[in-house]
Write a protein that binds this ligand. Structure first.
Ligand code: SF4
Length: 393
């Protein structure tokens, strides 16, 4: 199979499931975007056009700029076929919040900068950077907008392929800047996280690209099968994927006797169940969306012997100021609870209280969460030595 260039998305696809690469590059099947992706596209378009407009105006935004950007969002979202109504208000809110924080003094080098270039090893790479800002004579910042609800952790940032790609591309496009800061700007949750790559990181990434490039160009599209994984539920190509269709059609397997499993079998079974759970959860979410749509249109979902019905849990809230007015002071402490998230937000603006709060904080642990991780080479070696010692004894 011939791959013309490497993108961060293409690499992630390859690592996740080679069949996705075949769908994207060989069969050129256009992906079926879900509403989360559509709102992301529309927000990106609005932020790009807004930033370009402000670069021309060189001023703080006024009402007409807000209107311009929200119109771009709405038009792009409707054109993309966004169906979930609540996503329109969420998208507009993201755009407005972004404009609220707009800083006209930023020295913007590029907006939505598309790149298509070759690494020193001759590997063609492509991508687009949302915004590039000059920080000083030595440093630039590459910023990527995200509309997701959770931000990457520091560890994940360090390993993120897209950011490594931006770092490499920026080092080739703007070699006069020796430092590159890499930012993810989470416009939905108003959070910015940053990282950078060292020269050594960049050299390793270039080797990684060479290896991926070689392997991707060896793909035999006739041989490739889908690899069911925990992200299948979000895969744009699942409507075309035979393995996904087979998984959905398959009855749940008979469960093996857990108590008799060897550890290797237990770990395999654990991972297998976790992956299938993620796929099925995503599928359940899709089913719920369709069910709720049908209910809204008053179309019952039923067969000869069954009918779907819906129940809704009610939650009652009380306004704290009104409660304080009614309940006697002496009884208040037995019914009021401190909201930790709100207290944390409050304490952020009152650093003088940090120590006092730290002294009275009581830590409770939730039920443990079990996860499987790969052992490092050193740990595997230690394990082998321990096993040898045990059998010698
Ligand atoms: S649904 Fe899963 S197995 Fe099928 S192409 Fe997508 S990632 Fe691969």
């Amino acid at each position: 199979m011939e791959i013309r260039s490497l993108s961060a998305t293409g690499i992630r696809d390859f690592l996740q499931c080679v069949l996705k690469v075949v769908f994207r590059y060989d069969r050129e099947i256009s992906s079926v975007k879900n509403d989360h992706a559509k709102v992301g596209i529309a927000v990106h378009e609005a932020l790009e056009q807004f930033t370009r407009r402000m670069l021309n105006k060189k001023s703080f935004p006024d009402a007409s700029d807000y209107e311009f950007a929200t119109n771009v969002f709405m038009n792009t979202a409707t054109k993309a076929g966004l169906e979930t109504m609540s996503f329109y208000s969420q998208g507009k809110e993201m755009v407005v919040n972004f404009i609220d924080k707009y800083d006209p003094s930023e020295d913007v080098l590029a907006v939505e900068h598309f790149f298509k270039l070759e690494t020193p090893e001759g590997i063609p790479i492509v991508g687009a950077m949302d915004k590039v800002v000059r920080i000083n004579d030595d440093t630039i910042a590459v910023i990527d907008y995200k509309t997701s609800r959770t931000a990457l952790t520091n560890w994940e940032l360090q390993d993120d392929i897209q950011l490594s790609m931006y770092d490499l591309a920026a080092s080739l496009i703007w070699p006069e800047y020796k430092n590159r800061l890499l930012f993810l700007d989470y416009v939905r949750i108003d959070k910015r996280v940053s990282t950078f790559r060292t020269d050594e990181d960049r050299a390793t990434f270039r080797e990684f690209l060479s290896s991926i490039w070689t392997q991707m160009n060896k793909i035999d599209e006739q041989e490739v099968r889908g690899r069911i994984n925990r992200l299948c539920g979000w895969c744009d190509y699942k409507p075309y994927c035979p393995e996904y269709a087979a998984l959905m059609a398959k009855p749940l397997p008979a469960l093996p006797q857990l108590a008799e499993m060897l550890d290797t079998e237990f770990l395999d079974h654990w991972l297998d169940v976790s992956e299938k759970k993620s796929v099925l959860t995503a599928r359940e979410r899709e089913l719920k969306m369709i069910a709720s749509e049908r209910f809204m249109r008053d179309e019952p979902i039923a067969d000869e012997s069954r009918m779907m019905h819906s129940t809704q849990a009610a939650r009652t809230n009380y306004d704290i100021e009104e409660v304080v007015e009614i309940i006697p002071q002496d009884d208040l402490f037995s019914i009021l609870a401190v909201n930790k998230a709100r207290l944390d937000r409050y304490a952020k603006d009152r650093p003088d209280l940090k120590n006092a709060l730290g002294r009275i904080a009581k830590v409770n642990y939730n039920a443990p969460v079990f996860k499987v991780r790969n052992l490092s080479k050193e740990e595997i070696d230690e394990q082998r030595v321990a096993d040898t010692d045990e059998s010698a004894a």
